[in-house]
Design a protein around this ligand. Structure first.
Ligand code: HEC
Ligand code: HEC
Length: 455
């Protein structure tokens, strides 16, 4: 089976939104603090754990964020420590790889090179199996659920699986996620948490750890490892770095910029349920006063072609099936989930050099063309069989083909034409270029009518 995405009516959503909130959004979002910050920052100064608390753990001490540090860590200090750790190659088994090697701050925390998958591991030569995602705009990702109900669309409709971090949603939180690359033999390849703590203890910033969490922070390895994961998580929630909302599209929503004709046509085709229908999964409208993330975090099988550049794919019987495995292991008994991957945000997508979970395409034109023509011209995208016909869905075993989404823009129009013309494909690509952060608006807020009132 495949899951449908009901199209959010732009009119309906926007009508509910008041103008002043639109302009205030960037400010209020910037002020949003995460669970990590709230729990840490709002707790009274930590007291050393009592014996009673040790034998009978309270709900709080079972929480990841329960602060049993002898000093209460402040958010700015944790952010700066996290920033240092994020770029420190000493924290890897090879001594030459940091988080930033794959998640480059100059590339919206995505990969800066054109490889479909990155090299890592103890020798720095082991290839991964998936494209590196941008780490921007994942601050609102809810933990994974198999049954998502969306009140903005129709709260009685089960929209299927949604949420969680990584392409298959297997990490519920950013700190759970950080454990994966730190310990993964394909990535930073540390042998154990204690290995990592030892490295932090030797690092130039070890004293800053003591200043932030207390002199005894390294006495207990588990607690020290928790501090490491926490500073990485808090850094990844820093608004200026990870959700700045400074794209041209944001400026346009605030009434500080004008879209070119091509960009405006591209936005219209992106939203149009009869054309791109992109907004059904990558919402573009302000919802409940929040600027759009360009993802609904839902899981969909798009049926992207197999990428022979990934070494793991040399084995003909290896398939990355996303939700149903092999990296994720709890849903392997659910064939209806095979081939489904989490919808990524399209913010900063124009900074990428490869696209989709396996990095199979190397330009946005190819991606949009694929959406428009997968079903009308499959021979443009898939490998060919011995009969020289396109082997459609060649990265999915046949029994899972029924999971592939066939809503618009797929299938094409009843008259056999693709759902987007060549011109519309170019326009959508132009529009996607407005989603890159770092645009400097020439006009002050309010100098032009905010775009929202024009929907
Ligand atoms: C060798 C390259 C590499 C390194 C080094 C690396 N990552 Fe990643 N990261 C990836 C890949 C690939 C994925 C997608 C994994 C998947 O879908 O299974 C990912 C996914 C993530 C995600 C999930 C984003 C989301 O919501 O989907 C986070 C968060 C993350 N990485 C943080 C980090 C941190 C923090 C570090 C350093 C401790 C780090 N990464 C180091 C390659 C890397
Ligand atoms: C039915 C839901 C759905 C619709 C409709 C949809 N997408 Fe996607 N999009 C996804 C999913 C899921 C992925 C990831 C698929 C994968 O990697 O296997 C994705 C990935 C992408 C990517 C790659 C991003 C990256 O980081 O690699 C781009 C670009 C993109 N979509 C643009 C569009 C455009 C443009 C449209 C409209 C023409 C569109 N999408 C319509 C669900 C959808």
């Amino acid at each position: 089976m495949h899951f449908h995405r009901a199209h959010v009516s732009l009119g309906r959503t926007l009508l509910k939104t008041h103008l002043p909130r639109v302009i205030a959004t960037s400010i209020s979002l910037a002020a949003t603090v995460t669970g990590a910050m709230l729990l840490v920052a709002c707790k009274p100064a930590a007291t050393p754990p009592t014996t009673a608390a040790k034998t009978e753990p309270s709900a709080q001490s079972q929480s990841f964020y329960a602060s049993d540090f002898s000093k209460m860590p402040a958010v700015p200090a944790m952010t700066e420590l996290g920033r240092m750790l994020f770029s420190d190659p000493a924290l890897s088994g090879s001594g030459s790889m940091s988080c930033a090697s794959c998640h480059d701050p100059q590339a919206a925390f995505g990969p800066s090179n054109a490889s479909a998958v990155q090299l890592g591991g103890i020798d720095g030569r082991t290839a991964g199996t998936r494209a590196v995602p941008s780490l921007r705009y994942v601050q609102n990702v809810a933990p994974f659920t198999e049954h998502h109900f969306d009140e903005a669309v129709d709260e009685s409709v089960d929209q299927g699986p949604a949420g969680g971090h990584t392409w298959d949603g297997r990490a519920d939180t950013i700190h759970d996620q950080a454990r994966l690359p730190l310990l993964s033999p394909l990535e930073m390849a540390n042998s154990s948490p204690s290995d990592i703590v030892t490295k932090v203890q030797r690092a130039s910033y070890a004293d800053r750890f003591r200043d932030t969490f207390g002199d005894d922070v390294f006495n207990d390895e588990q607690r020290a490892f928790r501090a490491v994961l926490m500073v990485l998580e808090v850094f990844q929630q820093s608004p200026q770095d990870f959700y700045p909302y400074t794209s041209k599209y944001d400026a346009w929503l605030r009434g500080q910029a004008q879209l070119t004709e091509a960009e405006a046509r591209g936005l219209a085709a992106f939203n149009d349920p009869e054309k791109g229908n992109c907004a059904a999964c990558h919402p573009s409208a302000i919802q409940n006063g929040s600027f759009p993330q360009f993802t609904d975090y839902g899981f969909i099988a798009v049926g992207v072609p197999r990428n022979s550049a990934i070494p793991a794919n040399a084995k003909a019987d290896y398939f990355d099936l996303g939700l149903c495995g092999p990296l994720r292991t709890d849903l392997t008994e659910h064939p209806e989930y095979c081939g489904l991957f989490r919808t990524p945000s399209l913010r900063n997508v124009a900074l990428r050099h490869t696209f989709f979970h396996n990095g199979v395409f190397d330009s946005l034109e190819r991606v949009v063309e694929f959406y428009a023509q997968r079903d009308t011209h499959p021979e443009k995208f898939y490998s060919k069989g011995s009969d020289r016909k396109a082997r459609k869905f060649d990265d999915l075993p046949r029994q899972h083909w029924r999971n592939v989404n066939v809503d618009a823009p797929f299938r094409g129009h009843p008259d056999g034409k693709a759902s987007l013309s060549e011109q519309e494909i170019a326009d959508v690509v132009a529009f996607l270029g407005t989603l890159t952060d770092g645009y400097r608006p020439q006009q002050p807020v309010g100098s032009r009518e905010p775009a929202i009132s024009r929907f």
